[in-house]
Write a protein that binds this ligand. Structure first.
Ligand SMILES: Cc1cc2nc3c(=O)[nH]c(=O)nc-3n(C[C@H](O)[C@H](O)[C@H](O)COP(=O)(O)OP(=O)(O)OC[C@H]3O[C@@H](n4cnc5c(N)ncnc54)[C@H](O)[C@@H]3O)c2cc1C
Length: 377
C-alpha cells in the first residue's frame, strides 16, 4: 500500500492496456484509472477473438507474447487449448513450407500439416481443396473478461481507484506535475499514462503533443451455428494463409471474421453489412459450411503504430507523459508483459531479465522511434 510520498499516476483508458499497467504499479504508486465509458473494456478490449498465439505479429510482438505465456497460464486465464491452423490452397505449397520453417524456428511445437491431416482435424475443409497447413498446437483461448477483472481487482487491492464515466478533456502542467481534467474533477499526477486505445493520438494532443501516427483499423466478426451433427470442440482457429478470413469455435458456435483492416477514425465501431456478407461468402467458398444468416455481428478497432509494434515509454518532449498504445490485434497476448516492462521504466528499474532475454529493449518500444530529432544548428 502506498504512502503519502508515493508518485501519483493517472491512467487514461480502462481497456486491458491501461488496467494491466495500473495493476502492475499499484503496489508502489497512487493510481487512478479514468475511463470515459460507464464500464471497463467497452471498446477493443470487449470485442476481441481472445486468442493467444505465439506465432502472430512481427518479431517484437512474438517476443512480447512469448514473455506473457507464464503469466497467462499461471494467472488461470487459459479458457481452452485451442490451437491455430494456417491453411494453404492450391499453389500455396511453397508459401506453407516457408511459413512452417519460419514459425518452427520460433515455436518448436509448430508443424507442417498435410492435406489429409488437415481434413481429419477440420473436416469441412476438403483434402482436395487444400495443400495442407501450418499448425500451432499450443495456441490457447484466453478468458478476456477474467483478465480485465483480475487487473481491476489487483489495482483496487493495491489501493488504486477506477473512475468510469469520466472523459478526460484537458491535460495541463502545474509546475512539475500534471492536472488531468474531466467534467467531474481535476486529478493531479506526476505521471500520466496514455492508454486510450484508438484515441491515443487525440489524448496526446490534449497535452500539446503531436501524435505518433497511430491508425485504428476496423475488424468485423460475427457468430454462426456449427454444421448439424459436427463436433467442433476440437477445431483450432482456422485462418486463411492470405488472411482473407478466419473462424474458430466459441461456446458451441463459431466466430467468423473477414480479418479486415479498414482504416477508421477513433469511434464506437460498428460492422458494415457488406463486410459480414463478404466474410460469409469466403468461408462458404473455402469450406462445406453453409452459414446462412450469421448472428450478433460486431466490429472493433485494432490500433497500430506505423511499424505495427506497440509503443511503451516516456515521451522525451514532455517529462512524465507515458505512451502505452498500438496493441493492434495482440492486446491480450502482450498486455501483461507490457505492463511489467512499463512499470520498470516508470520506476527507473532495469527491464525484467526474462523480457530482455527475448530480444526486447526499451528503445525498440520507445515513442522516440517516431520522433524526428531536432535539427542541430
Ligand atoms: C475483432 C477483434 C479481434 C481481436 N482479437 C484478438 C485476439 O485474438 N487476441 C488478442 O490478444 N487481441 C485481439 N484483439 C486486439 C485487442 O482487443 C486490443 O489490442 C486491445 O483490446 C487494446 O486494448 P487497449 O486498452 O489499448 O484499448 P481499448 O480496449 O480500446 O481501451 C482504451 C480505452 O480508452 C478510453 N478512452 C479513450 N479516450 C479517453 C478519454 N479522453 N478519457 C477517458 N477514457 C478514454 C476508451 O473509452 C477505451 O475504453 C482483437 C481486436 C478486435 C477488434
Amino acid at each position: 500500500m502506498q504512502s503519502k510520498s508515493s508518485p501519483k499516476i493517472v491512467v487514461i483508458g480502462g481497456g486491458i492496456a491501461g488496467l494491466s499497467l495500473a495493476a502492475a504499479v499499484a503496489g508502489w504508486a497512487d493510481v487512478t484509472v479514468l475511463e470515459r465509458e460507464t464500464h471497463l473494456g467497452y471498446h477493443a478490449s470487449g470485442r476481441s477473438a481472445a486468442l493467444f498465439t505465439e506465432t502472430y505479429g512481427n518479431r517484437l510482438v512474438r517476443a512480447l507474447t512469448l514473455a506473457s505465456r507464464q503469466a497467462i497460464v499461471g494467472g488461470g486465464f487459459v479458457a481452452h487449448r485451442r490451437g491455430a491452423l494456417h491453411v494453404g490452397w492450391s499453389g500455396d505449397d511453397a508459401a506453407i513450407d516457408r511459413l512452417a520453417g519460419e514459425l518452427q524456428a520460433l515455436v518448436p511445437s509448430v508443424r507442417r500439416m498435410s492435406a489429409a491431416e488437415l481434413n481429419a482435424l477440420v473436416p469441412v475443409i476438403a483434402a482436395e481443396a487444400t495443400c495442407g497447413g501450418v499448425y500451432e498446437p499450443d495456441a490457447v483461448d484466453v478468458d478476456t473478461g477474467k483478465m480485465l477483472a483480475a487487473s481491476a481487482s489487483a489495482l483496487k487491492a493495491g489501493g488504486g481507484v477506477i473512475r468510469t464515466g469520466e472523459d478526460v478533456r484537458a491535460i495541463s502542467r502545474n509546475g512539475s506535475a500534471f492536472e488531468v481534467e474531466t467534467a467531474a474533477a481535476v486529478y493531479p499526477a506526476d505521471i500520466v499514462v496514455n492508454a486510450a486505445g484508438a484515441w491515443v493520438d487525440l489524448v496526446a494532443a490534449m497535452a500539446g503533443l503531436s501524435g505518433l501516427g497511430f491508425q485504428p483499423k476496423r475488424r468485423t466478426a460475427f457468430l454462426f451455428d456449427a454444421p448439424a451433427g459436427a463436433d467442433i470442440s476440437g477445431w483450432p482457429l482456422v485462418v486463411d494463409l492470405h488472411e482473407q478470413f478466419y473462424f474458430k469455435p466459441d461456446a458451441g458456435r463459431l466466430i467468423g471474421s473477414l480479418a479486415d483492416e479498414t482504416d477508421t477514425e477513433p469511434c464506437d465501431a460498428w460492422p458494415e453489412d457488406i463486410d459480414v456478407a463478404i466474410a460469409v461468402d469466403r468461408i462458404e467458398q473455402a469450406t462445406s459450411m453453409r452459414i446462412g444468416r450469421p448472428s450478433t455481428p460486431w466490429a472493433g478497432l485494432r490500433t497500430f503504430a506505423p511499424d505495427r509494434t506497440p509503443v511503451a515509454g516516456f515521451d522525451p518532449r514532455l517529462p512524465g507523459f507515458f505512451w502505452l498504445g498500438g496493441q493492434g490485434g495482440y492486446g491480450f497476448q502482450v498486455s501483461l508483459t507490457l505492463a511489467r516492462l512499463s512499470a520498470a521504466l516508470m520506476r527507473g528499474a532495469p527491464l525484467p531479465a526474462d523480457i530482455t532475454a527475448l530480444g526486447v529493449s526499451a528503445a525498440a518500444l520507445a515513442p522516440d522511434r517516431f520522433l524526428v530529432p531536432a535539427a542541430t544548428p
